[in-house]
Design a protein around this ligand. Structure first.
Ligand code: C5P
Length: 243
C-alpha cells in the first residue's frame, strides 16, 4: 500500500496514484461510518466484498452502455479506475420510502413511491451533505444543465438495470446513491459514473422476508452486517473461487 502516493483518504476508501497518468487506484477499507461519521466501526471483510460487488455492477453497467470510471480490479481490495473530477453532488434514487425521506416527510418505511424519485445532495461533510434542488446546482454552477440531463438519464438507466439485476436474486432495490465525475478531452468534457456501487450505498431488502442486506444493519445496530454483505455477493454469484 505504501509503495504508491496516497491522493485522498475517505471514510470507506483510500485513493492512490495509478500506474499510468489519468488512472487512480481505489482501495476498499473495512471501515464503516454512519450519520456523517458520528458513528464509526468496522465490518469484517467489507472492503473485499464491496470491491467485488462494485466491479460486478460497474462491468454490467458498461455492457449496457453506461460510461464508468472502472477499468479493472487489481486484487482483493483494489481496483484501477479512470481519474475524473468528481461532481460535488450525491445523486440518490428512490423506489421505496426509507431512511431520510421517511423521516423528513413522514412516509412509512417500505411504502412504494408513486414513481421513482431522484434527489440531489450537496457533497460536503462539514455541512452534513444537505438536500438541494436542481436550482441550487445551476445557481452555484456545480454542474451544467447538459451534465444534469446526462446524470438524470444515467441514474434512471442504472436504476432500471439494478432493479432487474437484484429482483432476479430475490432482492428489492429500495434506494441507492450514485456519484459522477467529469473527464476532459481537450475543450470537451463528459460525465461518467464514478465511486462505487455496493451495500454501503444501497438499501437492499430480501424480497420474501424483508430482511435488510445493507449498511442499515450497521446504522441501526441490527448485527450480522458482514453476513448480509456476503449474502448479496453470494446471490450475485461472486463468492465461488479465490483470486
Ligand atoms: O439516508 P438516506 O435515506 O438519504 O439514504 C438514501 C440512500 O443513499 C441509501 O441507500 C444510503 O445508503 C445512500 N447514501 C449514501 N451516502 C450518503 C447518503 C446516502 O450512500 N452520504
Amino acid at each position: 500500500m505504501s509503495r504508491r502516493r496516497q491522493i485522498y483518504e475517505g471514510k470507506a476508501k483510500i485513493l492512490y496514484e495509478g500506474p499510468e497518468p489519468g488512472t487512480i487506484i481505489q482501495y476498499f477499507k473495512d471501515d464503516a461510518t454512519a450519520f456523517n461519521a458520528q458513528k464509526k466501526g468496522t465490518i469484517n471483510g467489507k472492503g473485499v466484498i464491496n470491491n467485488r460487488i462494485s466491479e460486478h455492477v460497474f462491468t454490467r453497467l458498461a455492457h449496457i452502455g453506461i460510461p464508468t470510471h472502472f477499468i479493472r480490479r487489481l486484487n482483493m481490495r483494489e481496483q484501477l479506475v479512470r481519474q475524473c473530477e468528481i461532481i460535488p453532488i450525491e445523486v440518490v434514487v428512490r423506489n421505496v420510502a426509507a431512511g431520510s425521506i421517511s423521516k423528513r416527510l413522514g412516509i412509512e418505511e417500505g411504502e412504494p413511491l408513486p414513481h421513482t424519485l431522484i434527489e440531489y445532495y450537496y457533497k460536503d461533510d462539514a455541512l452534513g451533505d444537505p438536500l438541494i434542488a436542481e436550482e441550487h446546482i445551476a445557481c452555484f454552477n456545480w454542474a451544467s444543465n447538459e451534465e444534469m440531463q446526462d446524470i438524470a438519464a444515467m441514474a434512471i438507466r442504472v436504476n432500471d438495470f439494478m432493479c432487474g439485476m437484484f429482483a432476479a436474486i430475490d432482492i428489492r432495490l429500495i434506494d441507492f446513491k450514485l456519484e459522477f465525475g467529469r473527464i476532459y478531452d481537450g475543450d470537451y468534457s463528459r460525465v461518467i459514473l464514478a465511486d462505487e456501487i455496493s451495500p454501503d450505498g444501497c438499501r437492499l431488502w430480501d424480497m420474501k422476508t424483508g430482511e435488510k442486506l445493507d449498511k442499515d444493519r450497521f446504522r441501526r445496530d441490527l448485527g450480522g452486517e458482514s453476513e448480509a454483505y456476503q449474502e448479496v455477493a453470494r446471490r450475485l454469484g461472486l463468492l465461488q473461487g479465490d483470486d
